[in-house]
Design a protein. Structure first.
Lengths: 259, 347
């Protein structure tokens, strides 16, 4: 069952502000997307304003971020405040859920923030684009293969934060991988060998769950690149199926990719 | 025929006294060795809102009952069976005695919340994390408020409200009603004994209800400079030297980490741990948190779910001493009604 809004007032804004009012319909739409999420009512019971979530929050100790304020904005249906929080603050959460473990009302601020993040992505917030941009290589790998990180992604350029340890990247990774006893790990392009059919099935999941649509909103270029890869690999799969002839053999697994 | 009163705390003592005064015999049983209930057994100091010492106030109620010729007192005694109808019940006591009685009044009280169930607040881990009950005992014994670890006078005391109350995480979905006022009272006691000591109270809401507003909430600030911080503490740890309390000051909106010498848990009132057994023996219902259920709020405040069996005091939910006494007297008049009615029917 979806939550129903209890909001009565038409507009809560700053009457003295010279800034143009935000488009009310857009604010309503964003809030409605958050509130109508199936998890919303389960994770938000009300708020006693005790602050134990913020007190226990690791992010709150380092950023201008307070899970209690996020919960208050949602509970009081402060649309402008929610919109503002989605510009930056919601991305400070580490999703550790200590807040949920401590809340005397059994709210889960971390889960509410997760919902807000998904809505920020859906609505193409610049904050979502900025936060996800550094992850484009990971998203490319993840969406096209189902693996987050593969040996061929580990290059000195991309892991400057490893410090002196980055020199180890120059090791003969391909040789070292080949030495791993499990044949499924003798790969460079993926963390382990991914069956082509599995990848194709994964693409169907991405499409049906709306992940690709989210990607298109957040990063159109990456979406194009990934779409091309998907098309190609689907063709590869079709070709392989045809090469197998009758339906009976089509069910068998296609050949593994080579590293 | 006698009226059976179970539990000799404020409610039971008031019920027994009220019945004896109008000439009704009473059998008063209590599982403890002493009469007086929680205020005496747990060594409370000065009571709210009267400011009288518990040993004087409740002690006086105990003496009054002990001196009443019509009240038969049985300590270290429980009721093992209870059968019959209003006007002709029979109670079997743990000492083997069989007591015919016209009615029964359950004044079986509550159990203090055991702070060990909130481990993140340090009770049981750090010696200097104590409960309000322990501070009451420090004051009532004359020892004074000291850190249990080394006996030093604390310079900084934190009182955490709602420990074992208003907390869905541990299934305590009720307000224990008195802890705010008790804590304000203890804070003033501490400041009076140790004027150099800073006392902070961490609260979610302050519920010094009714006439306790100015006497406790305001007075503790105006006269005793007790600091109130709206925050629920996340955890109590130690830096090896002092206790460290972590929270968010929700009104000025910043996370706080503050050292303390003594942390006091304002523990709430759990349903009496014996309530399941009591409900079984007396054939009465429990409400959903496990307190004894009231039969009706309006037909008579002392009604249980069984005719002829009445309830009073904190057995039915968190209650003040004053209201427990009032309910004990209300139960007495209800029981007297059963006694008189059955006497008329028998005639």
């Amino acid at each position: 069952m979806h939550a129903t809004s209890t909001r009565k007032q038409q507009y809560i804004g700053d009457p003295l502000s010279q800034q143009p009012a935000l488009d009310r319909a857009r604010l309503e739409e964003i809030f409605n997307d958050i509130q109508s999420d199936a998890r919303y009512d389960h994770e938000l019971n009300g708020c006693l304003n005790c602050g134990i979530c913020t007190a226990t929050c690791p992010a709150a100790h380092y950023y201008d971020f307070s899970p209690r304020e996020i919960v208050q904005l949602l509970w009081t249906e402060n649309l402008e405040g929610i919109y503002d929080a989605m510009q930056e603050k919601i991305w400070a959460c580490a999703q550790c859920y200590t807040c949920a473990a401590r809340c005397p009302f059994r709210n889960s601020p971390g889960s509410l923030i997760m919902i807000m993040r998904e809505v920020a992505i859906k609505h193409g917030f610049q904050s979502a684009k900025d936060v996800l941009r550094p992850f484009s290589r990971v998203m490319l790998k993840l969406i096209s293969t189902g693996n987050q990180l593969s040996p061929d992604m580990i290059t000195a350029d991309h892991f400057a934060d490893w410090g002196p340890n980055i020199s180890k990247v120059d090791a003969p990774l391909k040789l070292l991988r080949a030495a791993i006893p499990m044949p499924t790990l003798n790969t460079m392009k993926t963390a382990w060998e991914v069956n082509l059919k599995t990848s194709i099935e994964l693409y169907t999941i991405w499409e049906m769950t709306g992940v690709l649509k989210q990607l298109e909103t957040i990063d159109e270029n990456l979406f194009d690149v990934i779409s091309d890869i998907m098309d190609e690999r689907r063709e590869d799969y079709e070709d392989w199926c045809e090469s197998q002839g009758d339906n009976e053999t089509r069910r068998a697994a296609p050949p593994e990719e080579t590293a | 025929m006698t009226v059976l009163v179970v539990g000799a705390g404020p409610a039971g003592l008031a019920a027994a006294h009220a019945l004896a005064r109008v000439g009704e015999p009473v059998t008063l049983v209590d599982k403890a060795q002493r009469l007086g209930g929680a205020p005496i057994l747990s060594g409370y100091a000065k009571l709210i809102p009267s400011g009288e010492w518990a040993r004087d106030a409740i002690g006086g109620m105990v003496r009054r009952v002990q001196e009443a010729a019509l009240v038969r007192v049985a300590t270290t005694t429980t009721v093992s069976a209870f059968e019959g109808e209003p006007g002709r019940f029979t109670a079997r006591l743990s000492d083997g005695a069989s007591v015919p009685c016209a009615a029964a009044i359950l004044c079986t009280g509550f159990t203090h919340f055991d702070s060990i169930n909130k481990p993140e607040w340090g009770f049981g881990t750090y010696a200097d994390v104590v409960t309000t009950t322990q501070v009451e005992q420090m004051i009532s014994s004359g020892q004074g408020v000291r850190c249990p670890s080394d006996g030093r006078k604390p310079e900084r005391v934190a009182i955490l409200l709602c420990v074992g109350s208003r907390d869905r995480q541990i299934g305590r979905e009720w307000c224990s009603k008195v802890c705010c006022t008790v804590s304000a009272n203890l804070a003033m006691e501490i400041r009076e004994e140790l004027p150099q000591c800073h006392v902070y109270i961490y609260y979610m809401d302050i519920r010094t209800f009714g006439l306790n507003e100015d006497l406790y909430y305001w007075r503790s600030q105006e006269e005793f400079k007790v600091k109130y911080i709206k925050a629920r503490i996340a955890e109590v740890t130690s830096d090896g030297n002092r206790l460290v309390v972590k929270g968010e000051d929700t009104l000025v909106k910043r996370p706080i980490t503050i050292p303390f010498d003594l942390v006091v848990h304002a523990v709430g009132m759990d349903p009496n741990v014996d309530n399941r057994a009591l409900a079984e023996v007396f054939g009465v219902g429990l409400q959903h948190h496990g307190y004894l259920a009231r039969g009706s709020a309006y037909a008579g405040m002392a009604l249980s779910t069984r005719p002829g069996v009445f309830v009073a005091g904190a057995a039915t939910g968190p209650e003040t001493i004053d209201d427990s006494i009032a309910q004990g007297e209300a139960a007495a008049i209800a029981a007297l009604g059963v006694v008189r009615t059955s006497a008329v029917q028998a005639a």
